[in-house]
Design a protein around this ligand. Sequence first.
Ligand SMILES: [Zn+2]
Length: 475
Amino acid sequence: MKYKTVIGLEVHVQLASKTKIFCGCRTNFGAEANTQICPVCLGLPGSLPVFNRKVLELSLKAAITLNCTIAETMKFDRKNYFYPDLPKAYQISQFDMPLAVKGYLDIELNGGNKRIEITRVHLEEDAGKLIHTQKESLVDFNRCGTPLIEIVSEPDLNNPEEAYSYLKKLKSILNYLEVSDCNMQEGSLRCDANISLMPQGSNKLGTRAEVKNLNSFKAVKDALTYEVTRQQAELEEGRKIFQETRLWDDTAKKTISMRSKEEAHDYRYFPEPDLPKFLIQTSMINDIKKSLPELGHEKKDRFVKDYSLSEYDADILTSSKAMAEYYERCLKILNEPKEVANWLIGPVLSELKNLNEAFDSIKLDPRELIEMIKLIKENKVNVNTAKEEILPEIIENYKKTADVLKEKDILQVSDEAELSAFIKQVISENEKSINDYQQGKKSAIMYLVGQVMRLSKGKANPKKVKEMLEKKLEN
Ligand SMILES: [Zn+2]
């Protein structure tokens, strides 16, 4: 490798407050266009912004957890630019006195941990949204004034995989803190990446390109990988890299030059005259520190230790706060950590995937799931019947396990007399397999068990059938 890759990320996070940053308008996603607006977020003359305290709390939670130094005094500034989705022609942001600076985030890589420095965390308002149709361009101002934090990292990331790990960890933290819903499809988490190459051994950073429009973790990885190759080819050919903003085209799988990159001074920042400076009280910071929840990676370590789970299982179970909490609610009813983990990671997750639902929206009562697992343990239904007949009903149709059992004829058959009839028939019809078995090919028994299962329409107790078959064939 002739060049070293240098990547810094700017992540915009929509905070999970019910109302906007400087007015009382709601922030519901998907509301009818221009129904969540008022004179303040439309920037009408004479209206004045009022800072939302909940927004301060949420942003502090994030900044404290990212190990930042919190400002004693912060102020807001106007960032001036014209765009049709920005009715005020400026965005209220923070320039030289942001909420927090100098933090870090430790990421896990295959070769161990790496510390990524965080330059700053600042508050700002979002702009509206343009909707382009074939005939016209429309504007929806609902998103104007939606509270955001921008988390800026130092250029400490050295390849697309590291950028991916950083985002994954950041998202997990914000999810566990409940600072944001982190829904990338709805734009709650947006990422811009600065990327440049420098000759190995050099200490002078190369010219960087900024890549925008990265709407998924995969897009971040793909776009950065593309940029490494593109910039390398440019440098090899002796051409210059331009400081510019490039757009990721997820369909064409390439970045496209959008405009030359503007500098901070182009925006003519100046202090927002309608908002005072804010003193952030130490008592507020301390209260928030005391209220911080257990984070994903902490929960993962505890799951491995307390429940003897593998790293892999613990990683999946703690991949969302909703799933981790659900798991522990199940364990309160049935203390079988491995068994419950297997059900959640396997059949429950794949059932949710079929329904195209995230764990956050699961409506399955943990008691019903445990009820089903108990039926298996008590030999009342077998595993496959539970997976195929019970699980879909209790997840999709919110039925109770006991009701499914009443409605369907699925009770497991363990009665010897009843099973004997099936076994007799299978033995009479499968001479070859029986010979194989008696000549030492012990695996042949599984075929015979399968035949009994088929005859019983899946209801026979497979363990019992195997025992009975073995006894019969030994004689
Ligand atoms: Zn408003």
